[in-house]
Design a protein. Structure first.
Length: 313
C-alpha cells in the first residue's frame, strides 16, 4: 500500500523578533475585524490602539469600546491601519500612506479597480508595507509545497461545482490570484473560451494564460458539474503535482532520470486555521525585513489586469 505522509504547513517558516511594539488601528469593524482583533492578543509585539468609523460606516453598531472620533488621531496612535469591509475610500487609504502607516486591506474588492495602480505608486514612494487580505484563498497552506517545484512550466486549475439556479458561474478570482502567485510573473497573453450550457445563463469557461517568464497556465470552470471538484496541477522540470484542494491531498511524481519509473508520493495537508493570525504574522515579518507581503498591491494589480483582459474578450 502506498505510504501516506502527514505534513504540517505554515504560512512561512522564518522566526523573527520585532524590537518595537507595533500599534494597530482599525477603520471600520466589519468583515474579519473581530478575527484580527482576537489575533492581536496572540502577539507580544502588537497592541490595539482603537477604531475610527467613517461617516458612511454603520459597523459601529457592532463595537462599543475604544474609538477615535478623528481620523488623524487614529493615524497618530497607530503604526498599522487595518481597513475593514468593502466601503474603503481612496482618500483615507492615501492619507494613511502619506502618514507613512503600514496598511492591511481586509476586502480586496474595494481596490480591485484602477485605484490599485495609483496605490502601488504611493506605496513604493512611501516605502511602507501594504498587504491585502483574501480569506477565501486556499493558497495559505500550499505555498511552501509549491516553492519546492523549480522551473515550473505549466499550471492548471480545474474547478467544478454542482449546478444551482442561484449561481450561473463559478468564482475563479481566487484561482487567478493563486496562479499569479505561483507563476510569479506578468501575464502577456490570454485567451478566454466560453461554452453555453443547458442551464440559463450558465457557461463552461476555459481560460489560457501565457506569462512573461514562459510559464503557461489554464483555468477550467464548470458551474453545472455532477459533483464538486477543485484541483491544482503543476508541471515542473522533474516533478508533477496534483493537489486536491477539497480533500487536502497532494500527489507528487518525481522523475529522477528520463529512463526510470517516477517515484510516486502521496501526502495529506493540514487545514490552515487562524487566517488573520497568519496574515498579521506575515505582515510584521514584511515590515521588519522590508520584503513583499504574501498578497501585495502588485499582486492585486496583476489580478485586476487579468480581469480587465478577460472582460474585454
Amino acid at each position: 500500500m502506498q505510504e501516506i505522509k502527514k505534513i504540517t504547513i505554515f504560512a512561512y517558516r522564518n522566526q523573527f523578533i520585532v524590537e518595537k511594539k507595533l500599534n494597530i488601528g482599525f477603520v471600520g469593524f466589519s468583515g474579519s475585524a473581530k478575527g484580527y482583533l482576537n489575533a492581536i492578543d496572540k502577539f507580544d509585539n502588537l497592541s490595539f490602539s482603537g477604531i475610527f468609523f467613517p461617516k458612511d460606516d454603520n459597523s459601529f453598531e457592532n463595537y462599543n469600546e475604544r474609538r477615535f472620533e478623528n481620523y488623524q488621531d487614529l493615524l497618530d496612535a497607530s503604526d498599522i491601519i487595518i481597513f475593514c469591509g468593502g466601503k474603503t475610500q481612496r482618500r483615507i487609504i492615501i492619507e494613511a500612506i502619506r502618514n507613512l502607516k503600514h496598511i492591511l486591506i481586509d476586502d480586496y474588492t474595494c481596490i480591485l479597480n484602477d485605484l490599485i495602480v495609483s496605490l502601488c505608486n504611493f506605496v513604493d514612494e512611501a516605502e511602507i508595507t501594504m498587504q491585502v487580505s483574501m480569506p477565501k484563498i486556499y493558497y495559505w497552506g500550499i505555498c511552501e509545497i509549491i516553492e519546492a517545484y523549480k522551473n515550473i512550466r505549466y499550471i492548471n486549475f480545474d474547478k467544478s461545482v454542482v449546478y444551482s439556479h442561484q449561481r450561473a458561474n463559478v468564482d475563479i478570482i481566487p484561482e487567478i490570484l493563486a496562479m499569479i502567485k505561483i507563476a510569479d510573473s506578468e501575464v502577456i497573453t490570454m485567451h478566454n473560451k466560453k461554452l453555453p450550457l443547458f442551464a440559463r445563463r450558465s457557461e463552461l469557461q476555459q481560460i489560457n494564460f501565457e506569462f512573461l517568464n514562459g510559464i503557461s497556465a489554464s483555468i477550467r470552470a464548470n458551474p453545472c458539474a455532477f459533483y464538486d471538484n477543485h484541483e491544482l496541477t503543476i508541471v515542473a522540470e522533474k516533478n508533477m503535482a496534483l493537489i486536491d484542494l477539497r480533500k487536502r491531498e497532494w500527489h507528487n511524481l518525481v522523475y529522477k532520470t528520463p529512463t526510470t519509473e517516477p517515484i510516486k508520493e502521496l501526502f495529506t495537508l493540514d487545514e490552515v486555521p487562524f487566517i488573520e493570525r497568519n496574515e498579521l504574522k506575515n505582515m510584521v515579518y514584511s515590515i521588519k525585513t522590508k520584503t513583499e507581503p504574501f498578497i501585495s498591491p502588485k499582486s492585486i494589480r496583476s489580478l485586476w489586469k487579468c480581469i480587465e483582459m478577460i472582460n474585454s474578450k
